[in-house]
Design a protein around this ligand. Structure first.
Ligand code: FS2
Ligand code: SF4
Length: 547
């Protein structure tokens, strides 16, 4: 196996024996084959576009396959094999259509290639992984594009679950995948494709934002309870709001409480969810604490997307309490499918919860949430006055992901040491490094403004663009905003490319720069966009001009 798609990759080079995330070599290779199959289906979608109305299901399959390979989404070999088989039959249908229309199919579209059985799949996958590309710079850009597309798949799939789709985004994703391994695409072509991913990333982010806020209202400033009640509970993790809605509806009046976990925390700030008495609040910290926190939670946990950690040792005892849906999967855990209308039956989880003890309290109090674009813009006058009057000197975007590495303590220390006239803008699970520190307020505005999930990073871009307009600035980089982003998985890659597309420069990325960036590609990012890593808290404060 070879995988270097996330920040925790072994030795910051690549996982070759087993994933640090827990991915086995078999799972890694099956995921490589799934990506390869996705490229093949995407190539047919692209080839037929304009000549035949490709069924939307083909694009949806491509999106879901990409999503299944995101870090910590799916560890279930059987589910991945099923998806590969689905892709093969999808490709066969498209292939016959191409033949029927007399369209010449180039070799790279792999006519008649079919794999049967796990062993054959794994054997074939040896040739189609990351290392298939010899030139390290071409490989670096191909993977950067792939990870950006994986990130985009998450946005697009959650939006689609709420009935919002954009065919142009689907078609772009298919075309980008189809072009990716084209030998005629040199470095310049791949750099241009990378930028295109950022451009469509902004569209995908806006699509999901519209889907979430259009369905559930605009998040509003909320104190989110982090304590527990004395009823059995279900913990819902991941990012899918439609699943949360269905779970809240189905648990109404059953005596079973619902708690959000990790990236589902921001759901507590949506008006549509606040009306449910059975939504108690948020339980625990960011995703990687789950192997401890799921034990004390006592009840079942529903994963609606990443980030899932395969439990080991005594933690494995709770495996029978894990349920998955959408792209998430884990061998030995029940996976819940939707019907044709997108409805899911969670009765089994609810019955399971009734037999479990109530959660053990691990903390109490409340944390601030709900500062997505609408809420921030509602207090824009106060914010602008605070900037003009000098009460707010700088905004520090500390969005992104959290993960296990010790050196992520940097972000807690950075937040603690920020002067009192700075405000942190955040989104994603990176906030768990500092959202319980009580950093205070400036004129009634919390010093940590949480826009929501990593999927809500779009809010931060909107706020920056609004401030640029209010202050009449030509360049978004003239705002008193600096970017100190923590990354872990592939959605962060998409957010980065989207910010670059919007013209944001000098983004600092940590705790380490991606292993998949070759020195030459890193140079392109440094020279054109001022991308940098992190050093020490003190040094970086100086670099950011924070005193
Ligand atoms: Fe955090 Fe994990 Fe949100 Fe990422 S919960 S690192 O994949 O999706 O951000
Ligand atoms: Fe390694 Fe990350 Fe890939 Fe898992 S997702 S195998 S930890 S690089």
């Amino acid at each position: 196996m070879f995988c270097y798609q996330c920040q925790e990759t072994a030795m910051n080079k690549g996982c070759t024996i087993r994933g640090v995330c827990g991915k086995t070599p078999e799972t890694a290779k099956l995921q490589d084959l799934l990506i390869y199959t996705a490229k093949s289906v995407a190539s047919y979608c692209s080839l037929l576009d304009g000549k035949y109305e490709v069924p939307k299901e083909a694009y949806v399959w491509v999106v879901n396959s990409l999503f299944m390979t995101i870090t910590n989404a799916n560890f279930d070999d059987d589910a991945i094999i099923k998806e590969i088989e689905k892709g093969q039959s999808c490709r066969e249908t498209l292939e016959s259509k191409a033949k029927e229309l007399g369209i010449q199919v180039p070799d790279k579209y792999l006519q008649n290639l079919k794999f049967t059985g796990k062993e054959n799949m794994i054997a074939f996958a040896e040739n189609v992984g990351v290392l298939r590309t010899e030139n390290e710079d071409i490989r670096s850009l191909r993977e950067l594009v792939t990870y950006g597309l994986k990130g985009m798949s998450a946005y697009v799939e959650h939006a689609s679950n709420l009935g919002k789709e954009d065919m142009e985004v689907y078609k772009f994703m298919a075309k980008a995948l189809a072009d990716l391994d084209d030998e005629s695409f040199g470095l310049d072509g791949l750099v241009a494709l990378t930028m295109e991913v950022g451009k469509h990333g902004v569209t995908a982010m806006a699509l999901l934002d519209g889907a979430n806020t259009g369905t559930y209202g605009n998040p509003e400033a909320t104190k989110v309870n982090i304590g527990v009640r004395n009823n059995p509970g279900i913990l819902i993790s991941g990012h899918d709001l439609r699943d949360l809605e269905q779970l809240l509806e189905q648990t109404k009046g059953t005596g079973v409480d619902i708690y959000t976990h990790s990236e589902m925390l921001p759901a507590n700030s949506y008006p549509a969810f606040k009306k449910y008495d059975n939504l108690v609040g948020n339980y625990g910290g960011s995703w990687w604490h789950q192997t401890k926190e799921f034990i004390s939670f006592n009840g079942p946990v529903l994963f609606t997307s990443n980030c899932l950690v395969p439990p080991r040792g005594s933690a494995a005892d709770y495996l029978d309490r894990i349920y998955t849906t959408n792209s998430a999967g884990m061998h030995g855990c029940e996976h819940i499918l939707k019907d044709a209308e997108g409805k899911k039956d969670f009765s089994k989880i609810i019955e399971h919860a009734k037999k479990c003890a109530s959660p053990v309290e691990i903390e109490n109090g409340a944390i601030d949430g709900g500062f997505a674009h609408n809420q921030i813009l509602a207090v824009a006058d106060t914010v602008v006055e605070a900037i003009k009057g000098g009460a707010i000197k700088k905004f520090v975007v500390m969005a992104g992901c959290d993960a296990r590495m010790q050196d992520r303590k940097y972000y807690t220390e950075f937040a603690e040491k920020l002067p009192k006239d700075t405000v942190i803008l955040t989104a994603g699970c990176a906030k768990y490094r500092y959202n319980k520190l009580n950093l205070g307020e400036i004129g009634g505005i919390p010093r940590v403004l949480d826009a929501g999930q990593c999927n809500d990073s779009y809010s931060l871009a909107l706020v920056a663009m609004k401030l640029q307009e209010v202050f009449g600035l030509d360049d978004i980089n003239d705002l008193p905003i600096v970017y100190n982003i923590a990354w872990y998985e592939q959605k962060a890659c998409l957010v980065l490319l989207a910010l670059l597309h919007l013209g944001v420069k000098n983004i600092h990325l940590g705790p380490t720069l991606p292993a998949f960036l070759s020195p030459a590609v890193t140079n392109v990012l440094v020279e054109n966009f001022g991308i940098a890593g992190i050093t020490s808290v003190e040094e970086d404060m100086k670099i950011f001009g924070i005193e």
